[in-house]
Design a protein. Structure first.
Length: 153
């Protein structure tokens, strides 16, 4: 699974790129979504690579992100008690593990929002006009996405 974060927000984004980001629910800066790793999403990520960053998320980071920034309709925090009564999971960690295995999505939880609204990263982005390989913040960053998400929680 990939964690995808929108880094840049401009009013004059290309129509195709804007539509691609809308399909991934990345409508605002610092929004994060979890997408499966397949050919369709890889193509979408390549199309929007000048506005987003992504990488493979691990279980502990996903668990922390759901606990801290996961929301239900009405801006209610997702808790273990809510998951026990409304899903087959006992804890947030169990749900994160199921999501990483690919059999479960945020939208499968009744009333859950698929988008995580994150804070801007502590100490900022290195640069929002260059790729991660060239010392910036855009594009594929692999396991380093977990470090970025930790700074944004």
């Amino acid at each position: 699974m990939y964690a995808v974060i929108r880094v840049r927000g401009q009013p004059d984004v290309n129509v195709d790129v804007r539509r691609t980001m809308e399909l991934m629910n990345l409508t605002r800066v610092n929004h994060c979504v979890i997408v499966p790793e397949n050919d369709v999403t890889k193509g979408m990520l390549q199309k929007a690579k000048d506005y987003i960053t992504w990488g493979e998320i691990d279980e502990t980071t996903l668990t922390d992100m759901i606990r801290v920034r996961g929301r239900l309709s009405g801006d209610i925090i997702i808790t273990d008690e809510y998951l026990k009564t409304n899903t087959e999971f006992e804890t947030v960690g169990d749900m994160a593990k199921a999501m990483l295995d690919g059999g479960y999505k945020m939208k499968d939880v009744e009333g859950a929002k698929a988008v995580f609204r994150l804070h801007p990263p502590a100490k900022g982005y290195k640069g929002i006009k260059r790729s991660y390989r060239n010392g910036g913040a855009l594009g594929y960053r692999g396991e380093a996405i977990n470090e970025l998400i930790a700074r944004m929680l």
